[in-house]
Design a protein around this ligand. Sequence first.
Ligand code: DLL
Length: 447
Amino acid sequence: MAAQIHEAHRQTEHRIWDPDAETLPREDIEALQLERLRELVTRVARVPFYRDHFAHREIGPHSIRSLADVRRLPLTTKDDLRRQHPFGFLAVPRKALARIHGSSGTTGRPTFVAYTARDLETWSNLCARFLVAGGLRPEHTAQVAFGYGLFTGGFGLHYGIERVGAAIIPAAAGNTRRQIEIMRDLDPEVLICTPSYALTIADSARELGIDPRSLPIRFGHFGGEPWTEDMRREIEDQLDIAAFNNYGLSEIIGPGVSGECPERTGMHIQEDHFLVECLDPETLEPVPEGEPGELVITTLTREAMPLIRYRTRDIARLYREPCACGRRTTRMSRVTGRTDDMLIIRGLNVFPSQIEEALLRVEGTTPHYLIEVSRPGTLDEVHVKVEIRPEIFSDRMDRMQTLCERISREINTVAGIRAHVDLVEPRSIERFVGKAKRVLDRRDLGE
Ligand code: DLL
C-alpha cells in the first residue's frame, strides 16, 4: 500500500524548485565549488582559528588548485566551536547578524550558530528545494510540528515553506492531541516533523479513536534524527502517506543540507553550497565511493559562520552517479549512525539503527524500543525493550518466548551481538515530540 502511494506521488509530483542550480552538469558543479572554495579561504582568514592555521602552513587561495586540495585545509570539530564559544567563529561583524540559533545540545554544551540576512535567504531557498522535490506546491497547507526556538527545525522549514508559497500552520512540537484536532479542522496535506513524532501522532490518533489513515495528510518531510527504511514503511502505512527524508545540522545551516527527490534513492546534497567529503573516521582518509564514512562538510557560501571541513560525526555513504530525477548532485544515503552514538559492546561497534532494523524485520514488533546497556560484572549486557502490537500481545508465555527468541536472533544477524529481549506492553515506552532517545547506557566506562 505504502509503495503504491509513493508510486502515485512520484508520478505526479516531479518538479524542481531551482532548475538552473539543481540540474547543473557535474563539471559545472565542480567548477563552481572550486571557485567558491577559493573565495572561502580568503573569507575565513578573518576567523582567528583559521587565520592561525593558514599562517603556520602558508595556506591561501593559491593552495587550492583542485577540489582535492580541500584536504590541505584543517578539520573543524564541535570542540573547536566550543572552545571559541560563543562567537569566535564569526566571519562578519556582530552587527551584521540577522538571527542566532543553537545546536540541540544533547551531547555537551550547546553551541550557537549565526546567520546574516543573506544566509537566511540562502537557507529558505535550500529548504524550498527539498520541499518542492518531495511534492510541496503553493496550493498546499503544511503543518510544522517541529520545535520553534533555538532549534533550527521549526524556523528553517517554516521559511522554506513560505518561500514556496504554501500555507503554514506553525503548530510547533508537542500537544499531540491538539495537532490532530488542527489537522481535522484545517486539512493540511503536508506534515513536517521528526519521524518519531509522526509515529507519536499516529499513536495518539488511535487513542482518540481516530484512524490515523483518515487524517488529511498526504505526504510528509521528516528529518532531524536517524530513521530506517522500515520505519519509513511504518509511517507510510500508519498514516497512509508518502514520507521523505531530509538532513541537516545546525552548525552547517540547519535543515536544507540534503533531501530526497521522488526517486528516493538517497538525499541530494545541495552541492553549490556545501562541499561534502566522506572520510574514514580513524584515518581521516577518503573512503571509496559508496562505502560508509564520516561526512565532513565545508560551507561554501555561509557568510556569518563559515566552517571548513566540519566533522559531522554522521556516518553515511555518498553516490555520485546521476539520478533519474535529472539532478546531477551527489546523493547521500540515510545516516546509519554517528561516530559518537556508536555503542561498543564487548568490542563490537553497534549502532542503534542496526537494532531498529532487526526489530522491524520481525512481524508484530513496533518502532518503539529502548536499548539498555549495562556492565554488571566485566562484560557488557544489552537489554532491548520492545513494544509489540496489541493484537500480538498475549498471555501465552510460550508464544511470547518464541517471539523474543526470533528478535534476538535477528539482532544477532544484523548487529552481531547477543541481546536480551523484553517484550513490553503497547504504549509503555516513552513517546517523543522531538528527537527520540533510544539508548540508555548505564555502564560507567570511566571516560
Ligand atoms: O536536527 C537540523 C534538522 C532539523 C534537520 C529538521 C532536518 C530536519 P541538529 O539539532 O544540530 O540539527 O542535529 C543535527 O541530527 O548531525 C544528525 O546526527 C541528525 N540528523 C538530522 N537529520 C537527519 C536525518 C537538526 N534525516 C544532527 N537522518 C545531525 C539522520 C539526522 N540523522
